[in-house]
Write a protein that binds this ligand. Structure first.
Ligand code: HEM
Length: 448
């Protein structure tokens, strides 16, 4: 009963509203919920339309912006807070929504997820995670990430140079899982199980899910949470030298996370660790293979690989959008936004704003300001895993292209159907003969 009400309020009702609005041409609805548009394939033309209509526009359910400066300002503004799905409901529905919540489900965009809390909770959670997830700890993982990538590429050799493999299932998914599993102490034998929960839960970020998919997402979140509880118990009993064991056993102040807070934080780290980087890798491979001239640039100047990753992030933001709710009556780019209203910030749209990026739809691995993209969000919710993701992207893409210099696209691939997360579900490629030389270890990142 509760789950039916939850689905009706969070998905069924918005879905019905959105479908009607999409039929009437509403841009937001076309982007987020219209099954008849190619928005999941190519949202960027719609982003251009949003931007052309103004720095911020009023959609049927929320405000919407694809303008770089506005997206950046909203994400940094203290007039807005993150999370809080129920903010879009009028008061009586809010109460009903609260009643319908299932305490057994830790949702990635509902409290106590880092993504959905604000100070003082956010400061406390983030400080705890940052104590173990330091830039130094991440940088120390570099040789391990390289070794994991090399090992996966060794495994691919068995396929032979002429057969087709699925780049997503056979490489792009495996590298981030292996890396985050090491960081969080997940035994190798349980990685496939955890990956299954992640895949099942990925649509949880989208709105307007059909009932069956919603049920599947709920079941995946519940199973994931139960697994997390067992995993944390195991680490408490028998801590390893991974970062999660350190987080679980932190004892020296009154700021320790409660069991639920810990599960939410560890779950977010795990899910964010493998549900986003996989898209960076798959989109990167697809973009590069469609632009052999850019691969040639990288071959001539391998020091550009780091910048190439920034350009992939800019062109194909793995997280396409996020949202904020106004905590007080405020103004965005001259438009009044009343307290409680939400603004959807189109990260993928901001990344192609011609006011910031020349020829924004052109893929240019040498673009001098590629790093100004907003794919890792901004303000206090700026992605905690950004440096890890950048490192995995650089090592993962470079090692692949250096090992298989004749890599080519195979049969047509299929994009993921999710709207918030963007990447490939399947990407067939033909490996070609492996290079004879040993892949060179990557130098460390530039300090900035
Ligand atoms: C290419 C890969 C990735 C992308 C594009 C990405 C993107 C994002 C974005 C857009 C946000 C903020 C959402 C918002 O402002 O509402 C975020 C937050 C976060 N990300 Fe990532 N992420 C990536 C990889 C990772 C990895 C590898 C980890 C962990 C190991 C991670 C952990 C987190 C965490 C914990 C937060 C919450 C931070 C907070 O709310 O304070 N992410 N990420």
């Amino acid at each position: 009963m509760r789950s039916t009400v939850r689905w009706a309020l969070q998905h069924g009702l918005p879905r019905a509203l959105m479908r009607r609005a999409a039929a009437g041409g509403d841009l937001q609805a076309r982007l987020l919920a219209d099954p008849t548009t190619a928005a999941a394939e190519d949202p960027f033309l719609l982003h251009d339309e949003v931007r052309a209509q103004g720095p911020v526009i009023r959609g049927r359910l929320t405000y919407l912006t694809a303008t770089h400066s506005v997206v950046r300002d909203v994400l940094r503004s203290d007039d807005f807070r993150a999370g809080n799905i129920s903010a879009v409901f009028p008061w009586p529905l809010n109460r009903l929504n609260d009643w319908a919540q299932d305490a057994r489900i830790l949702h990635p965009i509902e409290p106590p997820s880092l993504l959905a809390v604000e100070p003082p909770e956010h400061t406390r959670y983030r400080r705890q995670v940052s104590r173990v997830f330091t830039a130094r700890a991440v940088e120390a993982l570099r040789p391990q990430v390289q070794a994991l990538a090399d090992g996966l590429l060794d495994d691919l050799l068995a396929a032979g140079p002429t057969s087709e493999i699925d780049l997503v299932a056979d490489y792009a998914t495996l590298l981030p899982v292996a890396v985050i599993a090491e960081i969080l102490g997940v035994p190798a034998a349980e990685r496939a199980e955890v990956l299954g929960y992640g895949a099942g839960a990925a649509p949880s970020l989208d709105m307007g899910l059909p009932w069956r998919e919603f049920r599947h997402v709920d079941a995946s979140l519940r199973a994931f949470d139960a697994w997390l509880g067992r995993h944390l118990q195991r680490l408490r009993r028998d801590p390893g030298d991974d970062l999660l064991s350190q987080l679980v056993t932190l004892t020296d102040d009154g700021e320790r996370l409660s069991e639920t807070e810990l599960r939410a934080t560890a779950g977010l780290l795990l899910a964010a660790g493998f549900e986003t980087t996989v898209n960076l890798l798959s989109s990167g491979v697809e973009l590069l293979l469609r632009h052999p001239d850019q691969v040639a640039v990288l071959r001539t100047d391998p020091s550009l690989w780091g910048n190439a990753v920034e350009e992939v992030l800019r062109m194909e933001s793995p997280v396409q959008l996020t949202a904020r709710s106004a905590v007080r009556d405020t103004e965005v780019a001259g438009m009044a936004v009343p307290a409680g209203q939400r603004v959807v910030t189109l990260l993928g749209g901001a990344n192609r704003d011609p006011a910031v990026f020349t020829d924004p739809h052109t893929f240019d691995v040498a673009r001098s300001n590629a790093r100004e993209h907003l794919s890792f969000s901004g303000g206090r919710h700026f992605c905690l895993g950004a440096s890890l993701a950048r490192m995995e992207g650089e090592i993962g893409l470079r090692a692949l292209f250096e090992r298989f210099p004749d890599l080519q696209l195979g049969a047509p691939g299929a994009r993921r159907h999710t709207r918030v997360l963007r990447g490939w579900q399947q990407l067939p490629v033909v490996l070609g003969a492996p290079s004879r030389g040993e892949a060179t270890a990557l130098p460390g990142p530039p300090s900035d």
